[in-house]
Design a protein around this ligand. Sequence first.
Ligand SMILES: Nc1ncnc2c1ncn2[C@@H]1O[C@H](COP(=O)(O)OP(=O)(O)OP(=O)(O)O)[C@@H](O)[C@H]1O
Length: 245
Amino acid sequence: MAEKLALEITNLNFSYGNKHVLHDLTFTVAAGQCCILLGPNGAGKSTLFSLITRLYAHKQGDIHLAGFNIHKQPLKALAQLGVVFQQTTLDLDLSVQQNLRYHAALQGMSRKKANLGIQEQLERLGMYERRKEVVRQLNGGHRRRVEIARALMHKPGVLLLDEPTVGLDAPSRHAIVKHVHQLAQDGDLAVLWATHLMDEIYASDKVVLIHQGAVKAEGAVKDIIQQTQTDNINDAFFKLTLGKG
Ligand SMILES: Nc1ncnc2c1ncn2[C@@H]1O[C@H](COP(=O)(O)OP(=O)(O)OP(=O)(O)O)[C@@H](O)[C@H]1O
């Protein structure tokens, strides 16, 4: 059976003024797939996320979410998108539940639907018992889980996470990585996870390696290792980005 494509990036180009930073980027993420967007600092990961979320508009290439072109059918396309940004955007003085209710109200969800969504998402992330706690009291890892729950409340088909483990300690990082992989596996959720940390990659993941705004390798972890004739994804990364290995 053909894969159901949730995110399609096709020949995408982007410049800041006359600085051309994305070069003919093309790759796909299927429903149920966890795709690691791996790239060193300055590779273009955040720029790509800004284009997918329509913070910036691209002039060349296409982005489709669940088959909807983000230029031609922006509302339908963006309804398929959940995003966890690098910087936290929770209100620290509100409880977990209040943060999520506020977000649900902005999305135009009824109170009943919001409550059901909040319960469902917080339970999946092991945070439902903590819904009445003020966010300021939560550690970084638990705050991240609340942000993931918030991003999933409207049941998007695609979840973008921009370096979501920055600043977290090792156990919290490990827990977030595990949770997100589980979310992709359990549902039909396509995950695009930007990172430069190799230990966040599972063997079952798809990897898109970008460097200087261009895709240098795309595929299953084992295929990239084979293509680069290296022993592990770490060495493959260094070979493709530094020409070493
Ligand atoms: N607002 C901007 N104006 C001009 N150039 C920019 C701007 N934002 C990013 N860039 C440049 O675009 C390129 C890609 O940057 P981007 O932030 O997308 O990379 P990144 O992979 O997200 O890096 P990091 O891991 O450091 O966040 C870099 O050369 C960067 O200097």
